[in-house]
Design a protein around this ligand. Sequence first.
Ligand code: SAH
Length: 218
Amino acid sequence: MSSTSPNDAYERQRQEMVRLHLAGGGIHDVLVLNAMRLVPRHEFVPESARQASYEDRSLPIGEGQTISQPYMVALMLEHLALRRTDRVLEVGTGLGYVTALLSTLCGEIYSVERIPELAAAAQQTLQRLHYLNVKIKTGDGRMGWSEHAPFEAILVSAATPEIPPDLFAQLREGGRMVLPIGPPSEQTLQLVRKIGGRLEVKVFDHCRFVPLIEGPAG
Ligand code: SAH
């Protein structure tokens, strides 16, 4: 009988990824690092790419979409400076990896995904792994989720040419939104804050995300 299961191997690889690429890459927020140590990314990666789950890179999740690079996810979470009680909107659930991280860091997570098959798969995995403070719906995330607004934080995992006005409207005063802005070749990660009802924008690193798509899937 072998003394190490695949899960032990994944666990070791995950701790190593956090140490080398996240802490080693300049992520300081202890809460973010701990969440990344806990959430099993390989559970959110399709079988075909699972071996590569703890490489610090984006991976295909089907439907032409990707699970974001762990370093980029950690950076987005760090910029959001999340609190345990925050109510958070996520746009672009994918297979639910970032949703699971948000679930361990915050109070209530509302996540919108355009492609029904991805939303359904994410829902299933999150339930199976007992991430219970999460609600997912299929729809156009550029409209947000007004029934549950306002949000303390909004995380957008797909690139848009400009800040979607409905998302800014659903941000609470003092709230933060992180999103990639720009066309495929020259996006930057931006942090938007709502101060006195107005936008305050900080521009960070260059990044590369799939586009935030208008209209329904299919
Ligand atoms: N955050 C996830 C997935 C990132 S890929 C992860 O890291 O695992 C970006 C996701 O945004 C894709 O699943 C894509 O289908 C979704 N998406 C694109 N446009 C959208 C829109 N208008 N509304 C909601 N989701 C959208």
